[in-house]
Design a protein around this ligand. Structure first.
Ligand code: G6P
Length: 611
């Protein structure tokens, strides 16, 4: 959570920092601030609310200072953890003398002890944040060598941090260091940047260095030096990013979410193409040989949020087709359940960002217990991808809207391919490989049909936008899908919503169904249709309106529903990929009609790097 940015170059820093913060807003948007070195003074401007509120304040500060500020600065957009969102708690935080400014992403777990120590040395705190400790601590340790002071301070911090530090006495450098929170460096032409994520620097450069754990960087206008955790200078790997700037821009769409929904055919196509060679699935997994896949006797998929829902779909399919006991586990719960882990266990960590703290910690737990780990990740070089034994990248490109759509679809497709791949090795694939690949190759076109025919979902959203409670029900894969559809709706529209296994309603939830409740019944499993129709009747006879979601030629659903959403026909296991699209649009339009902040829902952040 939180987005950090730093700039050193020859241009005015403030507008660059503000533009980058706007791009990073998906990481946190309850307050923001920048600190720019102006002459020998740090000008620190902060504001509660979104970056636009900060922009207005910076404009008047710049006017007051003669129309320009300096060419080096740091900035931050916050998702509050310690202390409410307000001007004072927002970053950057200054040290006692005002000569050091710090931006931080992460959580300092021992901040109370450090605060006491520093108060004992006469440092007064103005904010409630854990981060202010870092600014004072660096000043406390500073003896004229900024790099040494940052390194010594970092060594005293427990928890997670990506830090950007500016010293007014050193106008030619920024210092950055990270542990368990992401930080990248953008290598520009006579300018360099630090940032929490790649899109923030794409307007300046596509050459990126991703800082590793406890690595520290000294970032100057014309040079970047990286030191490993033992303070040995290292030659960093420079990645060239081939996304263009528009792939991280709205490109004419009203919201990123709408754009990203529409990008799903391309995302699926690119992801499939990346792992098919000469007509066969090829993941080129260096750490997993065929023998290993034949030997595994259980599978855990660990993930959070929508990525967990991918895990729920995938593990149902794994158990059904591969006949391997498989379980999706919320990453934040994984270690508490004391899972049975050994060399025959496959642990798959699924994460769009590759930085989600709960997923990372669960994966580390699995590794520490002797299990090999495979990650399914969207962001190249992210911590989860770097630390897992092997990685399969989804090819979704940058996803900006907090509510995931295209990354979710790409993750599903990777999971289908992985199941087919393991199934071939174990003699139990979904279907012969050529038929499977044909079905996958047809998926983008079917997704496109759903996208082209989505306008009616706005009307449907108009009818139901003011419902107080919306339930999603389904069986088997449709239940897994219900979980994701319900999450999509509630996270962006703020309507209370729950997903239930359709057969479970009568064990309690039916008491919540009354006149005017909306139930969305997902019925893609033809073999389960009779039972679904009974469950639908249970709710409609108690006054619920029912929207059913079913394949084109499914009989019997129109009669028992208020509205029906139709899907193209496809192989059963692909239906989760199709059925989610109208659900994404429905959620989007409900949120739009309710005037919600779609790309940045309240209280949420895209990349959750705290436990
Ligand atoms: C946040 C996002 C969700 C996402 C989850 C896991 O809660 O709002 O959309 O599914 O994190 O994120 P990851 O990056 O690990 O997929």
């Amino acid at each position: 959570m939180c987005g950090i940015i730093g700039y050193i170059g020859s241009q005015q820093a403030a507008p660059i920092l503000l533009d980058a913060l706007q791009i990073l807003e998906y990481r946190g948007y309850d307050s923001a601030g920048i600190a720019v070195l102006h002459g020998s003074t740090i000008v620190n401007v902060k504001a509660k609310g979104k970056v636009n509120a900060l922009r207005a304040r910076v404009d008047s500060a710049v006017q007051g200072l003669g129309g320009s500020l300096g060419t080096m600065g740091i900035g931050h957009t916050r998702w509050a953890t310690h202390g409410k969102p307000d001007d004072i708690n927002s970053h950057p935080h200054l040290s006692r003398s005002g000569k050091i400014a710090v931006v931080h992403n992460g959580i300092i777990e021992n901040h109370t002890a450090l605060r006491l120590l520093l108060e004992g040395h006469g440092f007064n705190f103005v904010s409630e944040t854990d981060t202010e400790v870092v600014a004072h601590l660096i000043e406390y340790l500073y003896r004229g060598d900024p790099v040494k002071a940052v390194r010594e301070a970092a060594a005293m911090l427990d928890g997670s941090y990506a830090l950007g530090v500016l010293f007014s006495e050193y106008p030619d450098m920024l210092v950055a260091v990270k542990k368990d929170s992401p930080l990248i460096i953008g290598l520009g032409d006579n300018e360099n940047l630090i940032a929490s994520d790649i899109p923030a620097v794409l307007g300046h450069t596509r050459n990126i260095v991703r800082l590793g754990e406890e690595e520290l960087a000294v970032v100057k206008r014309d040079a970047v030096t990286v030191y490993d955790r033992y303070d040995t200078e290292m030659i960093p790997d420079v990645m060239h990013i081939d996304w263009d700037v528009t792939s991280a821009a709205k490109d004419g769409y009203e919201h990123f979410m709408l754009k990203e929904i529409a990008e799903q055919p391309k995302t699926v196509k690119n992801t499939v193409a990346a792992y098919v060679k000469d007509g066969h699935i090829d993941f080129s997994l260096a750490s997993f040989d065929e023998e290993y896949f034949r030997s595994i006797d259980k599978i855990y998929v660990i993930a959070c949020g929508s990525a967990y829902h991918v895990g729920v779909v995938a593990t149902q399919l794994m158990e059904q087709y591969l006949r391997i006991p498989s379980r999706a586990v919320l990453a934040s719960e994984f270690s508490y359940m004391d899972p049975i882990l050994d060399e025959k266990t496959l642990v798959i960590a699924v994460s769009q960002s590759g930085e989600t703290s709960d997923t990372l910690n669960a994966m580390r737990y699995a590794k520490a217990h002797g299990t090999r780990t495979l990650s399914v990740v969207n962001i190249l070089g992210s911590t989860i991808s770097a630390e897992s034994d092997d990685v399969i990248y989804t090819h979704a490109g940058p996803e900006i809207a907090v509510a995931t759509t295209k990354a979710y679809s790409a993750q599903l497709v990777v999971m289908y391919m992985l199941i087919e791949y393991i199934g071939i090795l174990r003699g139990c694939p979904f279907m012969p490989e050529d038929e499977f690949l044909n079905a996958l190759h047809e998926l983008p076109q079917k997704l496109q049909e759903l996208i082209d025919d989505s306008a009616y979902l706005r009307d449907l959203a108009g009818i139901y936008q003011n419902r107080k409670d919306i339930f999603f029900i389904g069986k088997n894969l449709d239940y897994a899908l219900s979980l994701e559809a319900s999450l999509k709706l509630k996270e962006i529209s703020y309507i209370h919503s729950e997903a239930y296994a359709a057969g479970e309603l009568k064990h309690g939830t039916l008491s919540l169904i009354q006149n005017g409740t909306l139930v969305i019944a997902i019925c893609t499993r033809k073999e389960l249709l009779p039972q679904m129709l009974s469950n639908i009747k249970e709710v409609s006879s108690r006054g619920a309106d029912v929207i059913t979601v079913a394949e084109e030629n499914t009989d019997g659903v129109e009669e028992c529903s208020t509205h029906c959403i139709r899907l193209p026909e496809s192989a059963d296991f692909l239906q989760p990929s199709l059925a989610i699209v109208p659900m994404q649009y429905f959620s989007y339009y409900v949120a739009l009609l309710r005037g919600c902040s779609i790309d940045q829902p309240r209280n949420l952040a895209k990349s959750v790097t705290v436990k």
